[in-house]
Design a protein around this ligand. Structure first.
Ligand code: CO
Length: 218
């Protein structure tokens, strides 16, 4: 059996296992999906989104790219975000980076990595602006890991700077954006405490709409 045929065999076994576990599992999923969470993570093969937070098919909407970056001009990411927020009405968006991220490391180096050099510019920007803090760490590994964390926090903010998320808040939708980081060495996720769940937490320069004014007529 070739290595590709093996994958199809694996799929057959998995499908059978899921059917035995819950009757009508696939029929129900085929009819509709109603995930409560959007995951924005790194493409790294060691960070499989559903698996590490124990969610089944149908429970997590996923967008992954190199180093979990959210650019306001990235139609791919924006389309996922818009569909998740305005059609699926997810309640939580999780930006999850990981320690030892190769994309973050590449952004710290002065060598070429092809297309990724352009893609990673947002991380270079964070590296440049947070250089004082990062260089205060003695070990190279710690520097990379700290930039991994700072990148997650930056991308949490980027998500909240989109009109997709701000319009949802303006319409009264409950939506929180979280910043997490996953440890490759222990399989554990750390919450970076970067949660943003209302327009008032967004710096005014990045608000595309006015904060609702309190009703003083009463
Ligand atoms: Co990565």
């Amino acid at each position: 059996m070739s290595e590709i045929e093996k994958l199809l065999e694996n799929n057959k076994a998995w499908s059978g296992k899921m059917k035995r576990r819950e009757e009508g599992f696939f029929e129900k999923l085929a009819a509709q999906q109603s995930p409560r969470y959007l995951w924005i993570g790194c493409s790294d093969s060691r960070v499989p989104a559903n698996e590490i937070i124990g969610l089944l098919p149908g429970e997590l909407f996923v967008h992954r790219n190199v180093a979990n970056i959210v650019y306001p001009a990235d139609l791919n990411c924006l389309s996922v975000l818009e569909y998740a927020v305005h059609t699926l009405h997810v309640s939580h968006i999780i930006v999850c980076g990981h320690y030892g991220c190769g994309g973050v490391l590449a952004a710290m180096q002065r060598t070429s990595h092809g297309f990724a050099d352009n893609w990673l510019n947002d991380i270079r920007d964070t590296y440049f602006h947070q250089w004082e803090e990062i260089r205060s760490l003695p070990a190279d590994e710690d520097r990379v890991d700290r930039l991994c964390e700072l990148n997650v926090i930056k991308q949490v903010n980027s998500v909240t700077h989109t009109n997709v998320v701000q319009n949802a808040w303006a319409q009264g939708q409950s939506l929180a954006v979280h910043g997490w980081i996953y440890g490759l060495k222990d399989g554990r996720i750390k919450d970076l405490g970067a949660k943003i769940d209302c327009l008032g937490q967004v710096a005014s320069a990045f608000r595309q709409i006015e904060l609702p004014q309190p009703d003083i007529s009463a």
